[in-house]
Design a protein around this ligand. Structure first.
Ligand code: PEP
Length: 251
């Protein structure tokens, strides 16, 4: 049975003290309850250890937003998958469109990061999604298929089974424009059909596929009610504990 997941992506927001306050607020809002979905918060690197310690024993799990593409060594400013794991984080977001666009991440970089994430026991949340021009040309399916073919579809079935996927149309990220429920469901069903072609129906049925892009407390219930939408990757709305909790409660 695949898991429902609501994962926050704080991006480069909140200093350490503010991040601890936010994580603590969410923990208090959950109040020891077990939500109907896995709850993950993706914090900046410097918050990981403190937040992982704070949420220990609660339903909240912690993700890094990236990891290095090398194991260790003279790579100034980088943070390795092993370092992420040593903080207590369990997940790593990989392939976010902002990393691809602003930091030049290619499929080759992502493949190296995926391998290191698995080698260090981290669960990748692998992001894919098309820019506006591709959607306007109605070429989104081919675009996303290529992203998957070049990266996670080259994994072994054993590794593939461990990850989650987030479809995030770039035109919907941080714009306030959400893909319609139909557009989101259609793409996630398409991705699941590609997984079935590649790895078989059982693995496809067991893969958690999330929608991301201006998901909020208002649109989450309808999105999460779709048969192929197993949760959300949430940017802006994860920065306010009450908003994020309301999205969790959409399950
Ligand atoms: C994201 O960047 O992962 C995201 C979905 O952002 P937002 O919710 O702000 O659109």
């Amino acid at each position: 049975m695949r898991k429902n997941i609501v994962a926050g992506n704080w991006k480069m927001n909140k200093n350490l003290q503010e991040g601890i306050v936010l994580a603590n607020e969410l923990k208090e809002l959950l109040n020891g309850a077990t939500p109907n979905c896995e709850v993950v918060i993706g914090t900046p690197f410097i918050h990981l250890a403190a937040v992982a310690e704070l949420v220990k024993g609660s339903a909240i799990k912690v993700a890094a937003q990236n990891c290095g593409d090398k194991e260790s060594g003279a790579y100034t400013g980088e943070v390795s998958a092993a370092m992420v794991k040593s903080t207590g984080a369990e997940f790593v977001i990989l392939g976010h469109s902002e990393r691809r666009e602003y930091y030049g991440e290619t499929s080759a970089t992502l493949n190296a990061k995926l391998a290191l994430a698995f080698a260090n026991g981290l669960t990748p949340i692998y992001c894919c999604g098309e820019p506006l021009a591709i959607r306007e040309a109605n070429a989104q399916n081919d675009f996303v298929k290529r992203q998957l073919d070049e990266t996670i579809f080259a994994l072994s079935a054993d590794d593939f089974k461990k990850l989650a996927i987030a479809y995030e149309p770039i035109w919907a990220i941080g714009t306030g424009v959400t893909a319609s429920t139909e557009q989101a469901q259609e793409m996630l069903a398409y991705i699941r059909s590609l997984i079935a072609d590649k790895f078989g129906k059982e693995i496809a049925e067991n893969t958690s596929i999330l929608y991301g892009g201006s998901c909020n407390a208002k649109n989450a219930p309808e999105l999460f009610a779709q048969p192929d939408i197993d949760g959300g990757l949430i940017g802006g709305a994860s920065l306010k504990s009450a908003d994020f909790k309301a999205i969790i409660d959409a399950f």
